[in-house]
Design a binder for this molecule. Structure first.
Ligand code: SF4
Length: 427
């Protein structure tokens, strides 16, 4: 962070006034974390607002949080930590607001089997996070012969009754955001990017790509006012996609659906059939170390259940983990904002077992990449959840002191190897 008083990088080698201007590297680190988290909260608040929901407390905190990062306004380390925990609390509210806005507009998600791959005919693939954009595209493309596919974090759309009622919502294509350039080149239809985690296109498909809403890309046509006619016309003008359905996957485990299994789950735990729950999820990314998550899930004993969310799930959601007495061993709860649903499940299980969330046989193994993941981490800290394992590497904007504070108070742990971590957790 640049310090306007020192006119140097705060706390860096050129900073001569540490302790005078107060902008030491720990405060700079906490302010960076806050700004990153505010971006994540803003994304959820934006989506909720598009669906007609807003919350005065969330909006007020976005202003307050940014204001506290101004030059020479707050030099107090303790209050910065309080602000981060408050950001976590406000993010929980934003995720709840978005969860409710989604289900009141599109119905409560239920577990749904989804085809992976394409069917013969004209097609549009939609990436990003915006369910309202997808809904409007489905309305406008109905009856045209064009099929619509979800990509990346749009996969959970198939769980919502008001979205899957469209027969031409044909399936899921591709995997997580970092594979777009290869996957979109191979997808010969039209492409729509709705939000963040959209990559600058290759020339080979730039002319069949479109953006809408908050997303913009150089040389790519932007759709205004959710009028998707140019996208549909483009899809119809392109050669048909091949008939290439490769597999199926299941999504749509809203917390209400999981809690419908609560009695079975509690019984299976008490009978020793389920030993441990893992929440393995978050953002995916390019680093080779992210193969950790695939290996971690593959190595888990058969009496463990995996909850997942975010695009990190593509590392292992093609695996057939089977079930335990009818309880699926892989439970896809949805987008990263559906961390709200995962929290509701954890709280309900803690009530059922008459213990705290930290006493449950539950471990969080998170993958972080962008801003929303940081806001979710702060939510988990606000809720007092401990022993979170985080990777593939620790956020570079945490200083040694900030990291030590997190480790001392919340026992946050970096990933080691799947084998060693499973051994340490399960014993
Ligand atoms: S989970 Fe994170 S990295 Fe993945 S698409 Fe969503 S915001 Fe982007």
């Amino acid at each position: 962070m640049f310090c306007y008083q020192c006119e140097q990088t705060a706390g860096g080698t050129g900073c001569t006034k540490v302790g005078v201007c107060g902008k030491n590297e720990d405060i700079a680190s906490l302010q960076d974390t806050l700004i990153i988290a505010l971006k994540g909260i803003a994304a959820y608040a934006y989506h909720a607002r598009e669906l007609g929901a807003h919350d005065e407390e969330v909006d007020a905190f976005l202003a307050e949080g940014l204001f506290t990062t101004l030059t020479n306004v707050n030099f107090d380390l303790g209050s910065h930590i309080d602000l981060l925990l408050k950001a976590g609390e406000v993010n929980l509210k934003a995720m709840e607001m978005l969860s409710k806005a989604h289900s009141s507009r599109f119905g409560l998600p239920t577990p749904t089997r989804v085809k992976v791959g394409t069917e013969e005919g004209s097609g549009i693939v939609v990436t990003g996070h915006d369910m309202l954009d997808l809904y409007e595209l489905l309305v406008q493309s109905e009856g045209t012969g064009v099929k619509v596919y979800t990509h990346g974090e749009m996969l959970p759309a198939h769980g919502y009754p008001e979205l899957r009622k469209f027969k031409h919502l044909a399936g899921n294509y591709g995997t997580a955001w970092q594979n777009q350039r290869r996957e979109f080149e191979e997808f010969s239809g039209a492409i729509l990017g709705t939000t963040n985690c959209v990559l600058t296109p290759k020339e080979s498909y730039r002319d069949r790509m479109f953006t809408c809403g908050i997303a913009r890309l150089p040389g790519v046509r932007h759709i205004e006012g959710r009028d998707f006619r140019p996208v549909i016309e483009k899809a119809l003008s392109l050669p048909p996609l091949p008939d290439d359905v490769k597999a199926t996957t299941t999504t749509g485990f809203h917390h209400q659906a999981v809690l419908g299994l609560a009695e079975k789950i509690v019984g299976a735990v008490k009978d020793g059939k389920i030993r441990h729950f893992f929440l393995v999820g978050g953002c995916d990314g390019q680093k080779p170390g992210r193969s950790y998550y695939t290996e971690f899930v593959q190595r888990l004993p058969k009496d463990c259940v995996v909850l997942t969310l975010g695009c990190g799930k593509y590392r292992f959601n093609y695996l057939d983990l089977g079930d335990i007495d009818g309880i699926p061993r892989l439970i896809d709860m949805g987008q990263c904002n559906d961390a709200y649903s995962a929290i509701q499940v954890a709280v309900a299980l803690a009530q059922a077992f008459n213990c705290g969330v930290n006493d449950l046989p539950l471990t969080l193994v998170l993958s972080w990449f962008e801003q929303k993941a940081v806001s979710i981490l702060l939510t988990l800290l606000h809720l007092g959840i401990k022993n979170i394992r985080i990777g593939p590497s620790l956020p570079a904007f945490f200083t040694t002191n900030v990291l030590k504070t997190l480790q001392d108070n919340y026992s946050i742990q970096p990933l080691t190897t799947p084998e060693a971590d499973i051994e340490a957790i399960l014993g």
